[in-house]
Design a protein around this ligand. Structure first.
Ligand code: TYC
Length: 102
């Protein structure tokens, strides 16, 4: 007599991978940094065109702040520091901050 083995398929559970959070780099307005310098930093650090840089600078100037880019946390933090440091070296109080996207 032959013995039979029944193989019952196990439930395959796919581990849910959390999507890494994205971070905003935010440009803050101040009363001292020249407009042209802000645009220069946006072009140099965030690879923006003159037109895009001008629009972002003007939005921050009028509204108090403007989102520059949304990206991975390490990139956002590196770029924000690079941009803020450029301004500091030139003696301007220009600030770039990062915050997680909703
Ligand atoms: N408000 C500055 C001025 O009038 C220009 C400026 C714009 C500074 C945007 C910072 O994020 C900024 N010279």
């Amino acid at each position: 007599m032959s013995e039979e083995t029944t193989v019952t398929p196990k439930t395959v559970t796919k581990p849910k991978l959390e999507r890494p959070k994205l971070y905003k780099v935010i440009l803050l307005n101040d009363d001292y940094t020249p407009r042209e310098f802000v645009i220069m930093v946006l072009k140099a650090v965030f690879r923006m065109s003159e037109e895009a840089g001008y629009r972002v600078m003007l939005t921050a100037h009028r509204m108090g702040s403007c989102v520059v880019v949304v990206c991975a946390r390490d990139i956002a933090e590196t770029k924000a520091k690079e941009a803020t440091d450029l301004a500091k070296e030139a003696g301007f109080p220009l600030l770039f901050q990062t915050e997680p996207e909703e």
